[in-house]
Every structure is written in structure tokens, then in C-alpha cells.
Design a binder for this molecule. Sequence first.
Ligand SMILES: Nc1ncnc2c1ncn2[C@@H]1O[C@H](COP(=O)(O)OP(=O)(O)OP(=O)(O)O)[C@@H](O)[C@H]1O
Ligand SMILES: [Mg+2]
Length: 321
Amino acid sequence: RPTFVKSLAMVPIRTADPIGAIGNYWAKRHQATPAELSLLQALAHSTSVALESVSLYAELERRVAERTDELHASNAELIEANNALSELHRQKEALAALLVHDLRSPAATIVMRAQMRLDDPTLSDKDRRHWTHELAAGETITRMATNLLDVAQSDAGGLVVKAAPLELGGLVRGVVEIMSALAEVRSQAIEVDLPEEAIELTADRELLRRVLQNLIDNGLRYSPSGSDVRIDIAADEASVDLVVRDQGPGIPPELRELVFERYVRLSGAGADEMGRGLGLAFCRLAVEAHGGKIWAEGNEPKGLCFRVRLPRAPISAPPSS
Ligand SMILES: Nc1ncnc2c1ncn2[C@@H]1O[C@H](COP(=O)(O)OP(=O)(O)OP(=O)(O)O)[C@@H](O)[C@H]1O
Ligand SMILES: [Mg+2]
């Protein structure tokens, strides 16, 4: 075919394993100058670098896609394993709850039998000591088992507060009477300092009884034998403060919030005492379910003081059932 191309200069794209060429033609006879050739070479070089980048990029994308697929697959495996673990955990919790539930009834029998024996005025001192120990042990099992059940129940949807009008002084005296067995076993005493007038409030009697029981139990358990635990009440129109003080080693200020976390037990004095670190976690759940607050303070001159501040009526409306 006739052509007007009279001269042609071609430069390969990629010197090793070329994939094309880039060139220039002239319509007249022309010897390409070194400057023209080096311009063509520069163009060919840029093209080959660009093509290289494109293929590298494609390769990169392919690898990313591959890794993403692998990740999706292992993610699915993880989700499956996680579901299996959750199910196992649920079964374990359900079994623990059943066991704890079953434990409560024999513990209640022990408490009842011990109380009946202790009511007998002709009981010898030796037998009285024996049955006081039984009563304290039964009470401890019941306290710990019920704490565990309530903490589990609160996970499953919150503690149910069955609020009704009650007189706090009477409630305190009732708990102190029961806890005196534990105090006696440890040669300790529980002192109560209540105002003259009746302290009326609307609250869940059973939950409050157990909050007080846990606080007194700690006060006795973590204080040396021979020391006292003191309970006082201060009230105004809107709220009531229930205070439990002991003469034990106390808790450093920076740890006073931590002990309300589940399963937290501090080392040091009383660390060898039986316990699971659920008492204060339960107390906080129960007090907060009433719209109240609970915290620890230092006691002067020595020991710890737990303060429970309850509104006269629960802030959140109690359920109708
Ligand atoms: N009055 C106190 N004086 C000093 N330390 C205390 C006192 N009360 C609680 N503690 C510390 O706080 C930790 C948590 O108390 P909590 O009542 O929650 O659990 P626990 O007594 O160990 O076990 P349990 O579940 O039987 O109550 C205790 O282990 C103890 O280290
Ligand atoms: Mg405790």
C-alpha cells in the first residue's frame, strides 16, 4: 500500500520481555536525533512503569479478595465457636442456679432446727455453742446461695423490687437478732443505735434484710474477734441513711469502689475467710433497684463504714405483681 511514512523510529516497551512498542514516524526522510530517541525511550519507560503498576495493582486486588474470603470463612468459624461457648456458659449457669436453688432448702432446714434448739431455755452452754455454730453456718450458706441467685437474676432482666411500707427499726432489730449467732461464734457484738421514732419507708423488706445481713456479715468477718459492729440510722423527709460501721482494717480509699464489683476479694486481713465476692455486688444491685446509693467510707478512728442511702419511696415504680 502506498504510504506517506518515509522514516520510522520504534522503541520497545519493556526491554526484557517486551509487550509492545512506541514510535514516531516522519513523512520525509529523517534520521532520528539522539534527543528524539531519548524522548521516545522516556515515553516507553513511563508506559512500562504504568503497565507494571496496573498489573501489580490487579495482583494486589486479587490477593486482598483472597484474604477477605479467608477472613470471612474464619469469622464464620469464630461465630460458630462463640455460639457454642455461649450455649455451654448458659447451660453451666442454669445448672449452677439449679444447684444453688436446691441448696437453699436444706440450709433453711438447718437454720430452723438450730433456731428451735436455741429457743430451749434448758440448753446446756456446750449445746448452745454447738447450735449457734450450726445456725451461723446455715445462715452463711443461705446468704451466699441467695446472693448468687439474685446476681444471676439481675443479669436476666433486673431484680424485682416488691416494695411495701415497712418500719426500718424493726427490720434492723430482726436482722441483728439472726446475725448475733455469727457475732457470738466470733466473740463479737452488734450494737444498734436507732432513733426513738419509727422510720417508715416503702421498700422491699426481703432485699433490705439481705443487704443489711451482707453488710453486718462483712463487718464481723473482716474485723478482729472481740470488736463491735455498729448500726445506726439517720433520716430526713426524703431519704434514710442506714450505716454499718466496723473496727477492722478498713479498705484503702482507691479500692472502696472496686469491692462492689462481682467476685472481687481483697488480699490482707480476713482474706482467708470464706466468701465469693458477691455480697457487695448484690447490695449495690438491690439498693440501686430502689433508686438508692451505697458506698464505703472510712470509720473514725478505725475501720470501715458502709452507708446505704434510700429514698423514702423507691424512685422506679415497683412492678404490680
Ligand atoms: N467491712 C469490711 N472491711 C474490710 N474489707 C471488707 C469489708 N467488707 C468487704 N471487704 C472486702 O471487700 C471484698 C468483697 O466483699 P463482698 O461482701 O462483696 O464479698 P465477700 O465477703 O468476699 O464474699 P461473700 O460473697 O460471701 O459476701 C471482701 O472480700 C473484702 O476483701
Ligand atoms: Mg461479704
